[in-house]
Design a protein around this ligand. Structure first.
Ligand code: BEZ
Length: 249
């Protein structure tokens, strides 16, 4: 997945705004070392640092890491894959918001994160959970098939609560709290919100489409979802979140 950090920053800032609820669960403490996995442009990493923690942001997108370093020059940002990283010094806590559903090697990511935590270290994560954007995905798949004849491949991972908890426990991380809940999320820019979202997050699926095909896909998805996901001049994405609080044994 290719990321555009400026679009992410301006049109999709709800991603890190919602992350503030996850930060409350983390309760970063003065002096502790915290890793933010999938830090994007670094806003939440900076909030963790502002609480007095020694925050480190990690992201696999060079564009996101460059933007984060430019915005927050005194914070450490590392360019690495969430499923293939190691640090010399371990962490008191691992935090991640709206990132782990993008990681193809989900078990590799859990193994890396578990290894990076100190015994007793906290793991506080929010990601898309089972059923996340089910309506959106079904409408996009149907439109892509009708207009291009191709089957869309999204490659994202939205685990069930029990599935992700079991994976963590396999790597010695004990789950102490877990929630799966609907969180319809208002998209920016009114009636343009859904096509903007598609342009940002379905780039891979649409990369071989002509402009005319893209416009036809946008229109077909909007028509399919207007009754259920458009209200009072705004589009809402049918997000479902999985929140996990856990501790390394
Ligand atoms: C999510 O945060 O759940 C998400 C965002 C963009 C595309 C797919 C899922």
């Amino acid at each position: 997945m290719q990321w555009d950090s400026s679009l992410y920053q301006t049109r999709h800032d709800f991603v890190f705004k919602y992350g503030e609820g996850v930060l409350e669960l983390l309760e970063p403490q003065n002096g502790e070392r915290v890793l933010d996995v999938g830090c994007g442009t670094g806003e939440l990493t900076a909030r963790i640092a502002a609480a007095g923690a020694r925050a480190v942001g990690l992201d696999s997108s060079p564009d996101m890491i460059a933007a984060a370093r430019k915005r927050f020059a005194d914070i450490e940002f590392v360019h690495a894959d969430a499923a293939d990283f190691a640090f010399d010094e371990s962490f008191d806590a691992i935090f991640s918001n709206a990132a782990l559903h993008w990681v193809k090697d989900r078990e590799g990511a859990v193994a890396c994160m578990a290894r990076a935590l100190k015994p007793g270290g906290r793991f506080v994560v929010e990601m898309g959970g089972r059923g996340n954007i089910a309506q959106l995905t079904a409408a996009i798949d149907a439109a892509v098939l009708a207009i291009t004849g191709a089957h869309a491949e999204h490659g994202r991972y939205y685990p069930a609560l029990g599935e992700y908890s079991a994976l963590l426990e396999k790597y010695g991380v004990e789950v102490t709290g877990a929630w799966l809940f609907d969180r319809p999320t208002q998209l920016a820019e009114g009636s343009l919100g859904l096509r903007n979202w598609i342009a940002q997050f379905e780039r891979e699926v649409l990369k071989d489409c002509t402009e005319a095909q893209r416009a036809a896909i946008d229109a077909a998805v909007e028509d399919a979802l207007r009754d259920t996901l458009f209200s009072d001049g705004h589009w809402f994405a049918d997000y479902r979140r999985l929140r996990i609080v856990a501790r390394k044994i």
